[in-house]
Design a protein around this ligand. Structure first.
Ligand code: EPU
Length: 470
């Protein structure tokens, strides 16, 4: 028995070490010294398979804390954010096995040892704050570091707190932490002033084991919300209406929850980024493992720009563009509006469109971090508050540029792929957070892209930097 226990511990440690090594190899590592060199102006052509949705899987992993048992999650993307969530869950006492070959994660939360999500994790990745709802639901007490603002905006959590208080949680903010406690949580009506994704998720998570029913009005309607509800229902929760603006969570008890096996939806933002790259290079590609109906706002804009988008079946689409795109105006909005996460990749396409485009960013105060870098590549973009005015130029030219956050980084890749000459994109750790094996996927589409170490870049590992969060 003791030998078996020791064997299991050694095996788990070995698997964890192997996972970390392989995932770092796969993501290419996340050191600041790395950059990609792209020789642009090559049409992308071929097929690309999209991975699981980052912003869904991270919430499933947090939700696994509600279950005093194991759950198996499939279609898990190979991202450094997934690693960060693994570390956080492990720090809370969950046991995790990651099967890299099958893109699945087994999370066993039977015995949690801790209900504190420390600043080290939350400052690395904002989605860590989602453990708050699960921990208060499961343990009736939780201490979770406040995320604070980040590179793209202020990103308050007042609605998360308002929702948890409505369920009966007592919340104190002390020394940068949210201290939440409740003798019991009771279902309530919660109206969200704005349809916040994170607040909807945290309230949903806390309501699963509350007494009675909770109704979230003006809830976020993003596909990742419906996916979280489906995941929770697969473990025995009782949630209806997710994906609409009103969600009802009928509380269940611990004994109603059971082990589950669930496959995460495809990443619509990764898919949209590859669509942008194909259009930017005037290429032709097939996007596989995508739900085209979740990208309607994006396909509609790309079509308006002159791209041809053809939905092949419920899981794949074809996209091509063989002439100079037309200028369009884009306003980012909560789902089903145009996603803020695809604003910057589309901006890169519009830098060489015919005419003047205006992008209005209505979710974040500071999400035009790509603009200054795109200008270095010859783009003509003026920023005026929440508007960016893009005057299409004939061609971008290669330059040395630096990613400031995940989606700004993605936009630089798109711009580099379309630009004449050579571009180097540094600060890849931002991009590795949300785009799995992106050099391989782009190479398979015919791009000339290499990840290299640049000894002239700083050596330090990017941890605990507030600008890292998305
Ligand atoms: N907001 C408040 N109060 C709150 C919560 C939000 O004022 O209590 C504001 C925020 O300041 C922000 C806006 O509402 O200006 C939208 O925030 P929301 O809560 O909807 O977003 P989130 O949950 O923080 C998720 C994604 C983001 C994505 C947004 C919108 C994750 C981990 N992140 O963030 O993804 O942009 O929804 O769709 O799910 C990314 O992947 O690059 C990324 C930033």
């Amino acid at each position: 028995m003791v030998y078996l226990l020791i064997f299991n511990i050694v095996l788990t440690l070995y698997k964890r070490k192997k996972y970390l090594k392989e995932s770092v190899d796969f993501a290419g590592g996340n050191f600041l010294k790395e950059k990609v060199i792209i020789n642009g102006a090559k049409k992308l052509y071929g097929e690309v398979k999209i991975g699981g949705a980052k912003n869904a899987v991270l919430k499933h992993m947090a939700a696994a804390l509600l279950l005093k048992d194991s759950c198996l999650i499939h279609n898990v993307p190979r991202l450094t954010d997934v690693e960060t969530m693994i570390d956080l869950l492990a720090s809370l006492g969950a046991k995790i096995e990651y099967d890299l070959n099958n893109n699945s994660i087994l999370i066993d939360s039977a015995n949690l040892s801790n209900n504190v999500a420390n600043y080290e994790h939350v400052s690395k990745m904002r989605a860590s704050f989602n453990v708050l709802g699960a921990l208060i639901g499961r343990c009736k007490e939780a201490k979770v570091a406040l995320p604070g603002g980040c590179a793209i905006g202020e990103r308050k959590v007042n609605l998360h707190i308002k929702g948890l208080e409505a369920l009966g949680a007592k919340i104190k903010i002390e020394n940068g932490y949210v201290l939440a406690s409740a003798n019991k949580l009771t279902g309530a009506d919660v109206y969200l002033d704005i349809p916040s994704v994170g607040a909807t998720e945290n309230i949903m998570l806390a309501s699963v084991l509350a007494e009675g029913s909770t109704r979230i009005q003006n809830a976020a309607q993003e596909p990742e919300i419906a996916d979280l509800a489906n995941f929770l229902n697969s473990m025995g929760a009782d949630i209806i209406g997710a994906g609409t603006s009103e969600i009802i969570i009928n509380g269940v008890s611990h004994k109603d929850l059971h082990p589950c096996s669930y496959s995460t939806i495809p990443d619509r933002i990764e898919a949209g980024t590859y669509m942008a790259a194909i259009v930017a290079t005037r290429g032709h590609g097939i996007i596989k493992n995508v739900f085209p109906t979740q990208l309607t706002a994006v396909t509609s804009k790309l079509t308006e720009m002159g791209a041809n988008v053809n939905i092949l079946d419920p899981f794949s689409l074809e996209i091509s563009c063989n002439s100079t795109p037309k200028a369009v105006n884009i306003v980012t909005q909560p789902y089903p509006g145009f996603p803020t996460d695809l604003q910057s990749p589309l901006m890169s396409v519009l830098t060489t469109a015919k005419g003047v485009s205006i992008i209005t960013e209505s979710l974040y105060e500071n999400r035009f971090m790509q603009v200054a870098e795109l200008r270095r590549m010859g783009a003509d973009v003026q920023q005026d508050g929440t508007h960016a005015i893009i005057n299409g130029v004939k061609k971008l030219t290669g330059a040395q540029v630096k990613a400031s956050d995940l989606r700004a980084g993605a936009s630089l890749l798109v711009a580099a792929l379309s630009a004449n000459g050579t571009t180097s994109v540094s600060s890849l750790h931002h991009i590795d957070r949300g785009y799995e094996i992106f050099e391989k996927k782009l190479k398979d589409l015919g791009a000339s892209i290499e990840r290299v170490i640049d000894d002239s870049l700083p050596v330090s590992k990017p941890v605990n930097t507030i600008n890292l969060e998305v």
